[in-house]
Write a protein that binds this ligand. Structure first.
Ligand SMILES: C[S@@+](CC[C@H](N)C(=O)[O-])C[C@H]1O[C@@H](n2cnc3c(N)ncnc32)[C@H](O)[C@@H]1O
Length: 307
């Protein structure tokens, strides 16, 4: 896919764009993970990964079988949102589901035994796609994580939708599951504990509480850089990706994301020394720019508990 790097992307950023040719850092070699004689080539390589500017299915078809440790996918939700010129977020429901099944199947093929598959979407689609992953692809259900984000408007005759679904499956028994703890929640005004621990407060682990399957502490991304009218690449908080990566991978493992957007997954992998491969049909230039400049990472107070 060809990109016009000057439109909607690099011209929005005033910081100096480093030329990769002058960058002394080593660049990633994707050849152990892609098919021999691949049909597509990366748009940009960083020290730890490579981004393609291709359709998700074409990208995935070029990844070898069972080489990936973790997949993270945050596709368009079919909510008529405008992304770039090559994506369509307004498909008939059946078509949207079949399209999702096509790339989910291809992605699952690339996963190592025990590897993890995280799928972020609205509950309406994830309930169908989750059943497909279990029944048709034989993946093992781990969690439906509710990511509390009140961003929408109330809908008539419905409950107020207040969470996104983050499905977490593995290919058989998980090969990596690292325990994450979050700080004991305190009141920002008085500093006291928000929850009552029923007399067991002193016995609690000082590293924090076990992460649950309801995530209420993921900030929305509101920064100007990510919300400009001209800037259509979507962005999740890096805190969400930080968790996904910490829970399911070790340094040096390979993560793939077939819907790169603004490159959040790749920025986290870069910072955490995970290998990564990904694509975005419209925003590869935006991802390149982020990886060459500010990774734009949110603060994360999670604690990894490897004891
Ligand atoms: C919800 S956004 C992903 C945001 C990303 N998780 C982040 O935090 O930056 C979905 C992305 O999928 C891309 N996209 C849509 N259709 C695609 C396709 N067929 N293949 C690859 N990317 C596609 C869009 O350009 C958009 O950037």
């Amino acid at each position: 896919m060809d990109f016009d790097d000057t439109v909607d992307t690099l011209d929005l950023f005033s910081t100096d764009s480093k030329d990769i040719a002058l960058d002394p850092r080593p660049v990633f070699d994707e050849s152990p993970f892609v098919m021999d004689e691949p049909e597509v080539a990366p748009y940009f390589r960083s020290p730890h990964g490579a981004v393609y500017g291709e359709d998700c299915n074409l990208f995935l078809q070029n990844i070898k079988d069972e080489v990936v440790d973790t997949i993270f996918a945050d596709p368009p939700f079919n909510l008529k949102k405008e992304y770039g010129k090559n994506s369509n977020d307004n498909l008939p429901p059946d078509e949207y589901i079949s399209w999702c099944k096509s790339w989910i199947k291809e992605a699952a093929r690339t996963l190592k035994p025990g590897g993890a598959f995280f799928l972020y979407n609205i509950p309406k689609w994830n309930v169908i796609l989750g059943a497909y992953m279990a029944e048709e692809l034989g993946l093992e259900f781990r969690h439906w994580i509710a990511v509390d984000l009140k961003v929408g408007l109330p809908i008539r005759n419905r409950l107020y939708p207040a969470h996104y679904s983050l499905l977490y499956y593995t290919k058989g028994r998980p090969k990596t599951f690292r325990k994450v703890r979050t700080p004991i929640a305190t009141c920002r005004h008085c500093g006291g504990d928000i929850k009552d621990y029923g007399g067991h407060r002193k016995a609690m682990n000082p590293k924090g509480v076990n992460l649950t399957d309801i995530w209420t502490d993921i900030p929305p991304v509101r920064h100007q850089k990510y919300k400009s009218d001209k800037r259509k690449a979507n962005a999740l908080s890096s805190k969400l990706l930080d968790r996904v990566v910490e829970i399911s991978t070790e340094p040096g493992d390979l993560v793939i994301d077939p819907f790169g957007g603004s490159g959040t997954t790749f920025a986290v992998c870069e910072a955490k020394h995970r290998k990564w491969l990904g694509t975005d049909i419209d925003f590869a230039p935006v991802i390149k720019h982020r990886l060459q400049n500010d990774l734009y990472l949110h603060q994360n107070t999670d604690v990894l508990d490897l004891d």
